[in-house]
Design a protein around this ligand. Structure first.
Ligand code: NAD
Length: 480
């Protein structure tokens, strides 16, 4: 990225030779890769270059049915009968293979998703392994988890995940399900299927009994078939609020258990006594991490009026040092937008922001000529009525609002139909507690942002969904 004040780093590309991408992939059903019944397929591309990476199968209703049958068979004959201690061995084995193959997984994730390699390498893959380690530890201790003396699994879990953290969302779904004795049929998002397919190979490598994990690729239709399948006992979904509503309608009146992890519009609140440099790092991390494709992104900055000018000036200076470009370059801070559709959505909402009167700013930035790119962007002069303050943009776009008193900050922060996360920046412990108690959000970070750990529960209020993932709480959704 071109800025006079920043010296150029020499390119430091991670080698893509570490990963072996097949030209085409079948569906992973019953422990094997099989061709889809209808023979349909689609292409997955690199969003940074638009290069086709592989041809991936599109699972029909019939294919989903075969996957559910394989999962049911594995559940009744093997997995639900196995002791927790034995199940935990498989989960530990998977966790260790994820670590061993972490470089391969990180490169593949960055290629298929567009996220910077330093994030896939340092966040996505280690956290995915950590989830398997953590839930492996629970598998033989479920009677101590607080859900009764003899907790029983539900059966077959149908799991549908989004494209922003493909491997990590897979881990959030599969690890607790398996630990509790369920088997799964999982569908990755249509733009990012490759790490889930590599995970299928890892299940083979770990000798996981056939049918315990089934991976079916496809788009919304495949997801619908999983959710509606009558032999699925549990639906776990992460994605948009819109699709979450459709799913809630589909399962209403059935015996299926459901968890929905949906959208967000988090407030990141900076009080006048906050350490400004740290807060600026937290604001940058909150909205530009993973190109802002983060459900809990701090997309609304609420800054106390008396320090607003100073915070904004330092924020802009910091934004000018962000390096946008090749996801495989280890210097890159902001990678590619995941798809042409998502880029169009970000552009459209940003134009709405301008037309509604907010002031738009981005640092000088050379964007690559191919692929899908959007510069880090900040909007000032935003009011609560503006669409960019209310709707999830899911991109590297920050809306800045100001406040005068703590009460006003809390009122503005809570003025949203979502309730997934929030951040508080202040020097005073008492103010952190006062604010956190009043914020209606599933996660509140204090003097930090976007921190994830397999031991702590994650989930939302209102239109951000229901149910919790992670931690002991995450077991509850997979126990009868
Ligand atoms: P999306 O809802 O369009 O798609 C998510 C998944 O659902 C994909 O696999 C998709 O193929 C599938 N799908 C689409 N239509 C379906 C249907 N009718 N029935 C069943 N499955 C269907 O969302 P997206 O654009 O991929 O992801 C972005 C959204 O996900 C954002 O709103 C973001 O906030 C949310 N998200 C939430 C969390 C969380 O933990 N709360 C985490 C990550 C992303």
């Amino acid at each position: 990225m071109a800025d006079k004040n920043v010296f150029d780093y020499a390119p430091a590309p991670e080698s893509r030779a570490v990963v072996d991408i097949r030209s085409s992939y079948g569906l992973f059903v019953g422990g094997e890769f099989v061709d889809p019944v209808g023979g349909r397929s689609f292409k997955t591309i690199s969003p940074a270059t638009e290069e086709v990476l592989a041809e991936v199968s599109e699972a029909s209703e019939h294919d989903v049915d075969l996957a559910v049958k394989a999962a049911r068979k594995a559940y009744t004959r093997v997995w639900s009968r196995m002791s927790g201690r034995e199940r935990s061995k498989y989960l530990f084995r998977i966790a260790r293979i994820l670590q061993e193959r972490s470089r391969e997984l990180a490169v593949l994730e960055s290629l298929d998703n567009g996220k910077p390699i330093k994030e896939s390498r340092d966040v996505d893959v280690p956290l995915a392994a950590a989830h398997f380690f953590y839930y492996a530890g629970w598998a033989d201790k479920l009677e101590h988890a607080g859900f009764g003396p003899d907790p029983q699994p539900l059966g077959v879990a149908g799991q549908v995940i989004p494209w922003n953290f493909p491997l990590l969302m897979l881990a959030w779904k599969i690890a607790p399900a398996l630990a509790c004795g369920n088997t799964v049929v999982l569908k990755p998002a249509e733009t990012t299927p490759l790490t889930a397919l590599l995970f299928a190979e890892i299940c083979q490598q770990a000798d996981l009994p056939p049918g315990v994990v089934n991976i079916v690729t496809g788009a919304g239709g495949t997801g619908r078939a999983i959710v509606a399948h009558e032999d699925v006992d549990k639906v776990a979904f992460t994605g948009s609020t819109e699709v979450g509503r459709l799913i809630a309608r589909t399962v209403a009146g059935t015996d299926k258990k459901v968890t929905l992890e949906l959208g967000g519009k988090a407030a990141n609140i900076v009080f006048d006594d906050a350490p400004v440099d740290q807060a600026v790092e937290g604001i940058v991390n909150g909205i530009f991490f993973n190109q802002g494709h983060v459900c809990c992104a701090g997309s609304r900055l609420l800054v106390q009026e008396s320090v607003a000018d100073e915070v904004l000036e330092r924020l802009k200076r910091r934004m000018a040092t962000l390096r946008v470009g090749d996801p495989l370059d280890k210097n890159t801070d902001v990678g590619a937008i995941n798809s042409a559709e998502q880029l169009a959505k970000i552009r459209q909402l940003s134009e709405v922001g301008e037309s509604e009167g907010a002031e738009r700013w981005s640092p000088a930035c050379d964007l690559p000529s191919h692929g899908f790119w959007f510069p880090p962007t900040v909007f000032t002069g935003v009011s609560q009525a503006h669409r960019i303050a209310r709707e999830e943009i899911f991109g590297p776009v920050l809306s800045v609002l100001t406040f005068r008193t703590p009460t006003e900050a809390v009122e503005k922060a809570n003025n949203t139909p979502f309730g997934l996360s929030a951040g508080v920046w202040t020097d005073k412990g008492s103010r952190i507690l006062w604010t956190a108690e009043k914020l209606r959000a599933g996660v509140v970070w204090a003097n930090t942002f976007n921190k994830f750990d397999p031991t702590s529960p994650f989930g939302g209020y209102q239109e951000s969904g229901y149910g919790r993932e992670g931690g002991r709480h995450g077991l509850e959704g997979y126990i009868r």
